[in-house]
Design a protein around this ligand. Structure first.
Ligand code: HEC
Ligand code: HEC
Ligand code: HEC
Length: 447
């Protein structure tokens, strides 16, 4: 009897302690200091750094059996998703990607994850902290970070773009005169490779290691290529021309020499690029100028963002909500819904071990590491643009996902460690279909 009473008493005291703890935590005044210092202190005292930094200060139970390994899993995934520790130390301030993610977690109150909150009732952000974080994020937010309509016009030099368009379609750029940029970036077909080609076929039928991304809206990419090895479109254009399996083993100078035989072309370059004429650099510049025109505004989603409620069906609107709630928008942000950051394809689970064994692991699977040479960049890929996504199957850098359903299912599994319900999957895919727009400048030359 006495024992029972003690147990009841102990439980009551524990509950009271939790209530008092939670109340204290949720009325805790904001930390002092500049806004940046306040933000840092808030993220620290809300336990965010336990899972989102490289050297977390771990709670005592992190060494216990069962809980320990579970905690390890959360920390690994949390750290791979977002390295808040480094972001807070970043001299230039938080990256666009970190701000986008943080905004998501604050808006939807997703953090810390449930399992952690079950043990730490006082963890997480209180109302005042959320408000401060939100207003701080709005202040730091750049327009690149926000999901917004594609610009309906871009500034470009019409004559150079027209010349660039011809060069984009010119097979003389390849060693054997059979391949142009348009061979792999089919402008009538979403700007990527033909349907059902996992990887592109270049010169002499040689296959590359990755799937061709679309050239539409590529100007919105922070850098070009899956691993970001080209800083911009002009630098990118030199890549395929000199790539042995794309347009052949040749230098830009070789190509220019060959093109010099075309006198009309030479004088056109001389006129548009006074003092420079036809060079490797001006050739790439003209192509890039054409690519800048390849925007696709006025998709149904753009019309919706501009305020036309009837542009999306109920199911598609639900999909847009789900896209935001499920953290998709935390990585796929900006006007093109992607292209702005590099993220691990395997935040949760071992993507490459689960992949179809017919696809051999190769250097392209290293992702950003292949360019930056930093170990921590292994398996990070540029988050692809989702504009016109229904036209560019198959998906992922390795072209391993045949349908949008496959791609979205894999995203939920490897990025978020969850399984979407049938309804969520259906509505998100319906939403993705609304991202297809029309290019207003296509065939600049024909206008
Ligand atoms: C116990 C570990 C843990 C703690 C503590 C934790 N997180 Fe996370 N966090 C994760 C994991 C794991 C993910 C990866 C996505 C997932 O699994 O849901 C994640 C994802 C995120 C994301 C991106 C996804 C989203 O929902 O927006 C943000 C932003 C984030 N965390 C911020 C925070 C902040 C802010 C705090 C503190 C209030 C915090 N986290 C505390 C483990 C943690
Ligand atoms: C043989 C097929 C092939 C040819 C020819 C080709 N590309 Fe590509 N393109 C690809 C592949 C594959 C990638 C992805 C390569 C990577 O990321 O490593 C790519 C990537 C790109 C990208 C980067 C897009 C992004 O989201 O990162 C642009 C822009 C691009 N190509 C434009 C061009 C231009 C311009 C030409 C002509 C000078 C050209 N391509 C010729 C297959 C091709
Ligand atoms: C942690 C960041 C992150 C999150 C969260 C995320 N993605 Fe992705 N997404 C990526 C990366 C990185 C790739 C490229 C993967 C690869 O090529 O191997 C990608 C690829 C895709 C693709 C294929 C695009 C193409 O051109 O191949 C689709 C579609 C997509 N994501 C949709 C979604 C949806 C829907 C969600 C939410 C359920 C989501 N993503 C959540 C980072 C993310």
């Amino acid at each position: 009897m006495k024992r029972k009473l003690t147990i009841i008493l102990a439980v009551l005291v524990a509950i009271a302690a939790v209530i008092v703890g939670v109340r204290i935590r949720f009325n805790e005044p904001l930390p002092k200091g500049s806004q940046d210092e306040q933000v840092k202190a808030i993220l620290e005292r809300s336990d965010c750094l336990v899972c989102h930094s490289q050297e977390p200060s771990l709670p005592f139970y992190a060494k216990l059996p069962v809980i320990g390994p579970m905690m390890d899993g959360h920390i690994t995934a949390g750290y791979r998703f977002l390295d808040l520790g480094s972001e807070l130390e970043n001299a230039d301030g938080m990256s666009e990607a970190a701000l986008s993610k943080l905004e998501h977690a604050v808006t939807y109150s997703t953090m810390p994850i449930h399992e952690y909150r079950m043990i730490h009732w006082t963890s997480g952000l209180n109302k005042a902290e959320k408000e401060l974080l939100s207003s701080w994020i709005v202040e730091k937010q750049s327009c690149e970070q926000m999901i917004q309509p594609i610009a309906s016009r871009v500034e470009y030099d019409e004559a150079k773009a027209e010349l660039g368009e011809r060069m984009f379609n010119d097979t003389a750029l390849s060693l054997d005169g059979t391949i142009s940029c348009a061979t792999c970036h089919v402008l009538e077909d979403g700007g990527a490779d033909h349907e059902d080609e996992r990887v592109s076929e270049g010169i002499y039928g040689l296959k590359g290691g990755v799937n061709a991304p679309t050239v539409y809206n590529a100007e919105y990419n922070l850098r070009q290529f899956w691993n970001g090895r080209a800083a911009d479109l002009a630098e990118q254009a030199a890549g395929p021309i000199t790539n042995p399996v794309e347009m052949g083993t040749q230098t830009l100078e070789n190509v220019v020499e060959r093109l010099m035989a075309d006198k009309a072309l030479v004088s056109e370059f001389a006129m548009l690029y006074p003092g420079e004429g036809l060079t490797g650099e001006t050739l790439c510049h003209a192509i890039a100028e054409f690519e800048r025109t390849l925007i696709t505004p006025d998709s149904r989603f753009d019309r919706y963002l501009r305020g036309d409620e009837s542009a999306l069906s109920e199911l598609e609107k639900k999909g847009w909500e789900e896209f935001q709630e499920n953290s998709c928008a935390a990585c796929h942000f900006g006007a093109a819904l992607g292209g702005r950051n590099f993220e691990y394809v395997d935040v949760h689970g071992d993507y490459f071990a689960d992949r179809d064994p017919a696809i051999e692991y190769n250097a392209d699977d290293e992702g950003l590491k292949g360019f930056s040479l930093r170990d921590e960049d292994l398996h990070k890929f540029k988050v692809p643009i989702l504009r016109n996504i229904d036209l560019t199957a198959p998906y992922f850098h390795d072209g391993s996902m045949q349908t949008l359903e496959d791609a979205v299912r894999a995203m939920a599994k490897y990025e978020l460690g969850k399984k979407l319900s049938k309804g969520e999957l259906e509505s998100i895919v319906a939403f993705l279909h609304t991202l297809t727009g029309v290019n207003p400048h296509l065939a600049v030359s024909a206008q």
